[in-house]
Design a protein around this ligand. Structure first.
Ligand SMILES: [Zn+2]
Length: 409
């Protein structure tokens, strides 16, 4: 599959290099933007695949957890880990063994989805070994950090019936800490974050940040082209560690005005406190999910305890079952969390139009390019949007920005 991608990228490079001389039909056939007919077909098959995979992925991860539970493997790992006399380190060993087992069982599906299919559609920019070592790094970070919430949740489950509430309250500072730490210490393990290289663009963006009244936000360019050809931008961090991040793919393929609109959108998230509101919503969802889990999970354990080889939620061996409950409940909450997110995204689109002077057509082009470069379906089925989309459909965003100046100028 790497070969497939490599030949793809050579085609594109060749088109760009010799576009002046080569006849336009050839250029058209390989064109990413405006999209060639072939690319449009690719977009349709990619989005169909993704829609199917949203469900497949959900059921695969549930299946793996249930397999670990019903084969008694979880109980076996717990018994093995308990050989360590220190309780904290015994639990940590259990968590590590569980994560490794889950990782190995999911690996074939993960390679297929995240490396092979992405490669087939021309997104992967790295070798398998580079991809795999980054994946192992993520697994290692998981082993390092997940012990903290898991340690506290079992401590509380054994102590109080209000464990779900106490855990949620305790999770607030932990989540905030992770949000502050992750962009500074974790993201740079994967990519380089540098000042925006293009001086002119940099000046434009800082002027825009001043206009938006954003103080202390660092603006970075990140080399995600190392991993993927997809285009993105995001806001992250909290307090003085807040950052606006533009991918090099975005900077290299968008015009200054298109980038300004994207920046205006990202700044909108800050100015309107979307990170804090999102955090608050996440806390409510976590509390509700844990509460619902606590209400029902013991009945499940009682019913299947002979096969699970444990008989109480307070037993660490219940960890995979706790995860089954949480992923099912979170999946059911998807429409709620995503509709809040889509609302925020729309508010940020409005802000992006307000704070910049880009035309509706330029803003629409930014969305159109996102669709073309990322093979994102501009008009997905409304049900898919309702359940899975954290952003409004690109077509509705294009329609909105095109209309905006007519209505507000
Ligand atoms: Zn956004």
């Amino acid at each position: 599959m790497t070969t497939l991608y490599a030949s793809d990228s050579i085609d594109i490079a060749a088109t760009v290099d010799s576009s002046a001389q080569v006849n336009s039909v050839v250029v058209q056939a390989n064109s990413i933007y405006p999209m060639s007919v072939e690319r449009k077909e690719k977009l349709v098959s990619y989005s169909q695949f993704r829609n199917v995979w949203r469900f497949v992925d959900f059921f695969i991860s549930l299946g793996i957890l249930l397999l670990i539970l019903f084969t008694g493997l979880s109980a076996k790992l717990r018994t093995y880990s308990e050989k360590i006399p220190n309780k904290f380190f015994a639990l940590w060993l259990f968590v590590i063994l569980f994560l490794v087992l889950e990782y190995i069982l999911a690996l074939p599906f993960h390679i297929y989805r995240s490396f092979l299919v992405e490669g087939e559609f021309g997104f992967v920019n790295q070798t398998f070994m580079a991809w795999f070592s980054e994946d192992l790094l993520s697994l290692g970070l998981n082993m390092l950090f997940t012990i903290i919430p898991i340690f506290f949740i079992y401590k509380l489950i054994r102590k109080t019936k209000y464990w779900w509430l106490q855990f949620t309250l305790g999770a607030v500072p932990f989540i905030i800490l992770m949000m502050v730490i992750a962009p500074i210490f974790i993201s740079p393990l994967y990519n380089d974050f540098i000042d925006i290289e293009n001086q002119e663009l940099r000046a434009e963006i800082h002027a825009l940040a001043d206009k938006a009244g954003i103080e202390g936000a660092d603006i970075f360019q990140v080399n995600t082209s190392k991993q993927s050809s997809k285009i993105n931008a995001y806001v992250t961090g909290m307090f003085n560690a807040k950052r606006i991040v533009l991918t090099d793919n975005l900077i290299n393929n968008f015009s200054t005005n298109e980038i300004k609109f994207v920046m205006g959108h990202e700044m909108g998230h800050y100015v309107q406190n979307h990170l804090w509101i999102g955090l608050f919503a996440a806390i409510i969802i976590i509390a509700l999910s844990l509460w619902l889990t606590g209400l029902t999970i013991q009945r499940f354990i009682d019913k299947f305890k002979d096969r699970l080889k444990f008989d109480s939620l307070s037993d660490w061996a219940s960890l995979p079952l706790l995860l089954v409950y949480l992923s099912v409940i979170m999946f059911l909450f998807n429409p709620i969390t995503n509709s809040l997110s889509r609302y925020h995204e729309h508010q940020s689109d409005i802000y992006g139009m307000e704070v910049t002077d880009v035309s509706g057509e330029e803003a629409a082009t930014a969305f159109d390019k996102l669709s073309a470069y990322n093979l994102a379906n501009p008009e997905p089925h409304p049900f898919i949007v309702f359940w899975f989309y954290s952003h409004p459909s690109l077509q509705s965003r294009m329609d909105f920005v095109r209309e905006y100046r007519n209505l507000h100028d």
